[in-house]
Write a protein that binds this ligand. Structure first.
Ligand code: NAD
Length: 257
């Protein structure tokens, strides 16, 4: 699928992996809407990216907020043909802490709501806009969706029960959504990144970053946001990629801690 002239939505597009992908989409000629909770940063990013890039405030975990944001993006750039789901949050905590106290259920619920329900929420709205459009080629493709899981969806570490569950849910959703949306000519793929150097990680001390990088078999470093973005673009462009979750992780397999 050639993205030139098409409308693309990037959730979490203000920062990190979403921003890097939005940059490549703009370079490829797409009209990009950055949907993010951090509207100030999204506006700055939209300005830096230029072109038709717009910033729209959203909380992906809210049905009403996401519905309004997708309508706003459509009114400005046209119906969504590409949706990159990068909005997400971290958070850690043991199921039972050292004092014997069980994890607050709201901690678990919030991470599931943003990462898993948030991804499903924007996937369903993007898919509905795509399904209402004419096919773009002889295969009948109407649009492509890329979600963001994590290697934690396969090997969650101690303290990552909520995050790992949310990302494992996205991995499970991928083949199901691809099958479900196949009748509409919509492809769905997911990237499971390893340890990527985004603003989230950049705040860690240099020794910690070095230590994290050394756990990666090759290359022995944290991943670049552009390496994620490059895979996201391939998953959008390559019409035979569907229903797959791809690790972009330098072959890291996370240990228990
Ligand atoms: P980031 O913090 O730089 O970007 C995440 C963006 O999501 C932010 O702009 C934030 O404002 C936005 N966001 C958060 N909650 C939101 C909500 N409720 N509604 C709308 N927007 C919201 O982080 P990143 O490293 O670029 O992460 C992007 C995605 O990649 C996340 O889903 C994260 O779990 C996943 N991931 C990151 C790494 C890594 O090492 N950086 C590894 C694996 C997976």
């Amino acid at each position: 699928m050639d993205v030139k002239g098409l409308a693309a939505v990037v959730t979490g597009g203000a920062s990190g992996l979403g921003r890097a992908t939005a940059t490549k989409l703009v370079e490829a000629g797409a009209k990009v809407a950055l949907l993010d909770r951090n509207i100030e940063l999204a506006r700055e990013t939209a300005k830096a990216l230029g072109g038709d890039t717009i910033a729209v405030e959203v909380d992906v975990s809210s049905a009403a907020s996401a519905e309004a944001a997708f309508e706003q993006a459509k009114a400005k750039n046209g119906p969504t043909r590409v949706c990159i789901n990068c909005a997400g949050i971290g958070g850690s905590g043991r199921i039972v802490d050292r004092q014997g106290k069980p994890m607050e259920l709201d901690h678990y619920r919030r991470i599931i709501e943003v990462n898993l329900i948030g991804t499903f929420n924007t996937l369903r709205l993007a898919a509905a806009q795509m399904a209402a459009q004419e096919p773009l080629n002889e295969d009948g493709i109407r649009g492509a969706i890329v979600n963001t899981a994590s290697v934690a969806g396969y090997e969650g570490q101690i303290g990552q029960s909520a995050y790992a569950s949310s990302k494992g849910g996205i991995i499970g959703l991928t083949i199901c959504a691809a099958r479900d949306l196949s009748a509409h000519g919509i492809r769905v793929n997911t990237i499971a990144p390893g340890i990527m150097l985004t603003p989230l990680l950049a705040s860690l001390p240099e020794e910690t970053l070095d230590m994290l990088g050394k756990q990666v078999p090759f290359p022995k470093r944290t991943g670049h946001d552009t390496e994620y973005a490059s895979m996201a673009m391939e998953l959008v462009r390559n019409d035979y990629m569907n229903g797959e979750t791809i690790r972009v992780d330098g072959a890291i397999r996370m240990g228990p801690r």
